[in-house]
Design a protein around this ligand. Sequence first.
Ligand code: UD1
Ligand code: CA
Length: 457
Amino acid sequence: MMDTMIKNNGPEKPRSCLAIILAAGEGTRMKSRLPKVLHRVAGRSMLAHVLAEVANAGADRIVVVVGPDHDEIAREVKAVSPGAEIAVQKERLGTAHAVLSARAAIEIAADDVVVAFADTPLISANVLHRLREPLAAGVDICALGFEAKNPHGYGRLLSENGNLVAIREEKDASDEERAVTFCNAGLMAFQGKKILSVLERIGCDNAKGEYYLPDAVSIIVKDGGRAVAVSATEDDVQGVNDKLQLAAAERTMQEKLRRRALAAGVTMIAPETVFLSYDTVFGRDVLLEPNIYIGLGVSISDGAVIHAFSHLEGAEIGPDSSVGPFARLRPGTVVGKSAKVGNFVDIKKASLGQGAKVSHLTYLGDATIGAEANIGAGTITCNYDGFNKFETVIGEGAFVGSNSALVAPVRIGNGAFIGSGSVITADVPSDALAIARGRQETKAGWAKVFRESQKKR
Ligand code: UD1
Ligand code: CA
């Protein structure tokens, strides 16, 4: 019974996948020296986002198609995805032509070939995965469609009796076709054994005189092949052609990152005022007050509180610690467990041991602060002589009086005490007191005499 439904050939072999990311193009509408696809969203280039998601979607090989003089793009590919190959499209003749520039890679047969655009940074592995799925069931080509609020500029997905039959670019569309709001996101998945023969048949007899990748749909359908459209949301597939759209993509990405942080248990009073990076890491019970900027390379451990108006980059924030309001943590900052960084404190390449406190108006650079040390208001590490940077080491339980200048290189021993207003230029042994300031002179009655003499004049 039901013989035909029982597959008895063991676990299914995963289908091999080649991903081709199109990144050529002048991007003049960005009005920038930087190539379009290297513009950043949540701290990393659009190209890097797409590379990461394509890899997560299970691509075995990745080829990035670049223009003839785009060394910068090739460098970014090597930096974020060293295993990816580069193919050069010598002339910008359209998206189908761009894919054919990766011919050598396509000829090494893969079950699935996925084409993604590097100017579509919000694409997720999940959507790419869904785009591939129908191929396993024998479909020849899958296009990714979305309902556009404003379809202007996008290709339209045309269906007959519920079946995808063609994609029409805006410039080539009839009025009736333009009324369609189900649009082409640009990404497509192909049956690997068919793609080359189909691409070779795409012509350029259209309004732009370009080889359009979406024309693959009508060619396959006319051959009697199967084409389907998979749906995505507009947020998933937002394309970036100018700075306005870059800002829109940033907005969508920030919302996504905030939602992810909230779902992971972070508390935010006003999430819309908190800016995150793609790599921000949170523990549990972290509280973020309003108006916080978190740049690249920040991790915030369990129970830490970041108070309002703080700016963090390259910082590791320990459990149950407290940072801000108005704190600036720069790369190389490590805040230990239960340590406190207060208002108007600027820290660069410095670590605070467990329970250490630096509560107000301080600069710490190239410094190591021991556990339970207390750094008074207005303390400055003088770490730079205009040429070189020098280190300051402050021992456990040391107490640095307010308004001290610590001229590096300098070491302050465990439990040592620094008198307020000192300029410390020599090492201070453990448990010693160092005072380095003008001695106070007090003249009894002087003020009264002065006042009276002035009044008489
Ligand atoms: C393309 C689609 C359109 C879709 C839209 C979605 C085509 C013909 N049109 O239009 O149906 O609605 O995306 O955003 O595919 N590129 C190259 N070489 C080229 C041309 C383009 O590498 O010769 C790259 C670009 O860098 C870009 C991508 O392909 O990453 C898309 O090209 P773009 O010119 O932005 O296409 P759209 O006009 O947006
Ligand atoms: Ca585009």
